[in-house]
Design a protein around this ligand. Structure first.
Ligand code: HEC
Ligand code: HEC
Length: 409
């Protein structure tokens, strides 16, 4: 994949991003074209000044790096060119050579939006989040794990990801200003734009989401209460009655911030993009997933933080079922009195749900409330969910990778 050893006459260079190109899109008037082409040139020059070139990158806000910092950035560039560029692209816009064939698409860093953070909804990731995700990879997607990178290499490649993310954010901001004002700000104005990009990144370094309560013991009962909460709070609207969500392909949840069609996670797959530790799942529910339709439930559960743990237990349990070869949850596992919408049952019981049911999203039902009193029973007993092990191999290795036929627009 890497171009090591082969002599290149032309050094790699950043190319104008989509927002910048839009400036001249559809223009006919020659004078206007000239004005905007000139602005594009100015933006490119500012970007070069503040973010450098691929081979001589600069971290935004640090135009005079020390030798050590320079060395780390150079190393970051080398690693990125060898291990990441084919997917994430030279600009970090997710348009690498092989991206076309991947679903989900490699992250486009240029919006500065990252999914799997330990920060509240809408916040930037912490540096440690980026390091963590690169080390761990994104389970169930093509994003590999780079757990053999040394600590130094991880730091270096994260620096380079940040170079690209900051640069992308600056480019978008400048393109927007050029579009609105037909001119770029003076040097001082540019510094202000740079600050406005960097500040949220600095802020996030002190924003760590930690559970307010310790995780209660995971029991069959806590998982059951979790299932009730799941239905009560309409998680099923996107994930389906039993959490099987996107793998069914029949729940439309809309596009993500990067413009691609997205699907709710199949929580029963036991594979979690954001990590499978209870704390990871807790954070996904608490903070939502930036850039995707997955909402944050922090406020909803502010008064009852254990509810998030109960949801975690339900989700862990559905995941375990498949791994342990247990029968998937079915109608009998639903709380009594819950009216099951027909379409949702079809989804739950028939993996090959016919096309016609495509957009039938189960509407949330409030009927689970009657069982709330049971919540208190969840204490005490530590016990692995001991469901009747069934020989029904009804749902063996339905591949849950979600890398299905969804073709992005
Ligand atoms: C084979 C393709 C591929 C390669 C190679 C690859 N990635 Fe990714 N990467 C992806 C995909 C796909 C995603 C998006 C996963 C998702 O949206 O759930 C991703 C996501 C990411 C994210 C965003 C995580 C978040 O929280 O939003 C980061 C950061 C990242 N990759 C860094 C890297 C780095 C650094 C390298 C090289 C060391 C690399 N990737 C190599 C495919 C790849
Ligand atoms: C509006 C639709 C929607 C609703 C409502 C919703 N989710 Fe999600 N959820 C999503 C989408 C979409 C994803 C996948 C995001 C991605 O990675 O692209 C997701 C992902 C997740 C994940 C992360 C799984 C992983 O792979 O790491 C968890 C956990 C989760 N949802 C739990 C819940 C729970 C619990 C509720 C209810 C309290 C809920 N969701 C409600 C759409 C939704």
């Amino acid at each position: 994949m890497a171009f090591t050893g082969c002599h290149r006459a032309v050094p790699p260079s950043f190319s104008p991003g989509e927002e910048l190109l839009k400036l001249t899109e559809g223009l006919e008037d020659e004078e206007e074209i000239a004005i905007y082409q000139d602005l594009q040139g100015q933006v490119t020059a500012v970007l070069r000044e503040h973010a450098g070139t691929p081979e001589k990158p600069l971290l935004l806000g640090n135009r005079e790096p020390t030798d050590a910092e320079n060395g780390q950035l150079k190393r970051g560039y080398q690693l990125y060119s060898k291990y990441c560029v084919q997917c994430h692209g030279v600009n970090g816009d997710g348009n690498g050579a092989v991206a076309e064939h991947l679903n989900p698409k490699p992250r486009n860093y240029t919006h500065g939006i990252f999914k799997f953070t330990s920060t509240p909804y809408g916040h930037k990731p912490r540096r440690s989040d980026l390091i963590h995700i690169i080390k761990r990879g994104v389970t169930g997607t093509s994003m590999p794990s780079f757990d053999r990178f040394s600590k130094e290499d991880l730091e270096a490649v994260v620096d380079y990801v940040l170079v690209l993310a900051y640069r992308g954010e600056l480019e978008r901001a400048l393109a927007m200003i050029a579009y609105d004002d037909e001119e770029l700000p003076d040097e001082e104005g540019i510094e202000e734009v740079v600050e406005s990009i960097l500040q949220p990144w600095r802020d996030s370094s002190t924003e760590l989401v930690m559970p307010v309560t310790m995780m209660p013991p995971m029991t069959e009962e806590s998982a059951r209460v979790g299932h009730q909460l799941f239905l009560k709070h309409a998680c099923n609207k996107c994930h389906g009655m039993f959490g099987r969500g996107g793998s069914m392909g029949n729940v439309e949840v809309g596009a993500d911030a990067w413009g691609y069609k997205t699907a709710a996670a199949d929580l029963s797959s036991g594979m979690f993009r954001g990590g499978g530790r209870p704390l990871d799942i807790y954070r996904r529910i608490h903070s939502g997933i930036n850039g995707t339709p997955m909402p944050a439930f922090e406020k909803l559960f502010a008064e009852n933080p254990d509810a998030i743990w109960q949801l975690v237990h339900f989700i862990k349990q559905t995941g375990n079922r498949r791994r342990l070869g247990l029968e998937p949850l079915g109608e009998a596992d639903l709380p009594p009195g819950l009216e099951v919408p027909v379409a949702a049952m079809a989804e739950a019981t028939n993996k090959e749900a016919p096309e016609a049911e495509k957009s039938d999203v189960a509407e949330p039902k409030e009927t689970a409330e009657a069982d709330d009193a049971d919540e208190d029973k969840a204490e005490g007993e530590v016990e692995e969910p001991a469901e009747k092990a069934s020989d029904k191999t009804e749902e063996p290795a339905k591949d849950a990778t979600e890398e299905s036929s969804d073709q992005a627009p």
